[in-house]
Design a protein around this ligand. Structure first.
Ligand SMILES: Cc1ncc(COP(=O)(O)O)c(C=O)c1O
Ligand SMILES: N[C@@H](Cc1ccc(O)cc1)C(=O)O
Length: 467
């Protein structure tokens, strides 16, 4: 007999956090009228709100993690020497140990590494295939004279496809590109794990291994965007048969071994508020990176970070690869997503690693994409309950560098991004309730008009008016 009463409690054990709370940060409560005023002043762009006017901040998981006492203790051991800080060597050692790359160049955050990498590897006229674009990554590739080509599987562009690895690369699309432009015009394949713009979706180990094999045949490098590679490793453990019994750290190491280097925003997986790195296995490329780093970031033993920041990141890496940590981290995201699915709210499935993505096309079908449905939905969530989310649709996609026309991405999404170790289950419940309320009242929402458009990465600073 297996009715609920007789089920072993062990089988029901949930994802509860493997830590307890030692310090809290009070939040300001606002009225609806105050929020209406604040979002209008912010030009209906959640990036332009003041954080003190936000109740639950789900704008991003970048630099928003709560550090542990072990990390804070490390901050007191900051060696703030200009050159040769011991914290750099601790950081270097941990990156080599857990990610497996040979040479490490610290940077102030991910895009610092993307800048250096793009300058070193890309020549005007080159093509860079990748598993869906990321805003900063593509811009650096374009500024260096390259053209990004999306070679992700088609399922990634379909919010409702249940493919377990929507971050996978379509080997046929990649082969076609190599045949069309020639391997010598492809400086590297840009692989992200997980894929942020697709909904935090993972790439499988099997797929990366295949991409590696193909790349080797043509002598093309693979550079990983390792920003959320630990979360990717968790999905490999959960969904890929051969990895079910392997530790996250082991999976991460193998995953990186199929690539020639990585750019990293330490502000995500590595549990710090600032920091990043560029890692490379090729000594000559490392030499070039060391030359550029002193122009853009700082000396090669600090790269824009204080010694204490490097120590916090070295320790954050150790914590990030613990199985208990990552299970609870993704578990919390899944908890929120499952609740929304149970209530019939349209979200991207499968639920991703760092965020829930509301499908604005199905949420607000009455608003055409040119009137920015996702931007409108994000603004409304803020007005409803002081929850700050982020548009990931036509505003984020920007314009084609060739024609200047707006891209029209298939995915028109609002991202509810969960910071690591910051919010409680009750915050997730309240978030779900607020989304449900907006969904209930969705018919009365109209679109927006863009009244200010910055030249680069427009979503950060664009302004809108209600239509
Ligand atoms: C997948 C991905 N790559 C690169 C970056 C760039 O990192 P950073 O914000 O640290 O510059 C981010 C976030 O910005 C990201 O999510
Ligand atoms: N990488 C961070 C910060 C960021 C947000 C949006 C961007 O398009 C670029 C950077 C994030 O994904 O949240």
């Amino acid at each position: 007999m297996t009715d609920a009463k007789h089920t072993s409690p062990r089988r029901r054990r949930s994802w509860a956090e493997p830590y307890k709370i030692k310090v809290v940060e009070p939040l300001k409560m606002t009225t609806r009228a105050e929020r209406e005023e604040a979002i209008a002043q912010a030009g209906y762009n959640t990036f332009l709100l003041r954080s003190e006017d936000v109740y639950i901040d789900l704008l991003t998981d970048s630099g928003t993690a709560a550090m542990s006492d072990y990390q804070w203790a490390g901050m007191m051991l900051g060696d703030e020497a200009y050159a040769g800080s011991k914290n750099f060597y601790n950081l270097e050692e941990n990156i080599q140990k857990y990610y497996g790359y040979r040479y490490i160049v610290p940077t102030h955050q991910g895009r610092g590494a993307e800048n250096i990498l793009s300058q070193i590897l890309i020549k005007p006229g080159d093509y860079i295939p990748g598993n869906m674009y990321f805003t900063t990554t593509r811009l650096h590739q374009e500024l260096a004279g390259g053209t990004f080509v999306d070679v992700i599987i088609d399922e990634a562009h379909n919010a409702q496809s249940l493919h377990p690895f929507k971050g996978n690369i379509d080997l046929q699309k990649l082969t076609d590109l190599i045949e069309r432009v020639g391997a010598e015009r492809i400086p590297y394949i840009s692989v992200a794990g997980t894929v942020n713009m697709a909904g935090g979706q993972p790439i499988s180990m099997a797929n990366l291994r295949e991409v590696h094999r193909l790349a080797q045949t043509h002598g093309i490098r693979i550079i990983l965007d390792a920003t959320r590679a630990v979360e990717n490793a968790y999905f490999i453990q959960q969904r890929e048969e051969d990895y079910r019994n392997q530790a996250i750290a082991t999976i991460l190491h193998e995953f990186c071994s199929y690539t020639d280097g990585c750019t990293m925003s330490g502000k995500k997986d590595a549990l710090v508020n600032i920091g990043g790195w560029l890692a490379l296995n090729d000594e000559n490329l490392y030499e070039e990176a060391r030359n550029l780093i002193v122009i853009y970031e700082g000396l090669h033993t600090y790269g824009g970070m204080a010694g204490r920041d490097m120590e916090a990141m070295a320790r954050g890496i150790e914590e990030s690869v613990k199985d208990d940590h990552i299970r609870a981290r993704v578990g919390q995201v899944e908890y929120l997503g499952q609740k929304l699915l149970d209530w019939g709210i349209p979200i991207v499935v499968p639920i991703g690693g760092h965020a829930i993505y509301l499908d604005a096309k199905r949420f607000l079908p009455q608003i055409p994409q040119e009137e920015f449905p996702a931007q409108r939905l994000a603004a409304e969530l803020y007005v409803e309950a002081g929850i700050r989310a982020m548009e990931r649709g036509i505003v984020s996609a920007g314009r084609s560098k060739e024609t200047g026309d707006n891209y029209h991405p298939e995915l028109e999404l609002v991202r509810l991004t969960i910071p690591r170790r910051v919010y409680t289950q009750a915050h997730m419940d309240l978030t779900a309730e607020a989304v449900e309320e907006v969904y209930y009242n969705r018919d009365r929402l109209r679109g927006l008009k863009m009244i200010y458009e910055p030249k680069y990465l427009r979503f950060f600073q664009a302004r809108f008016e209600l239509l």
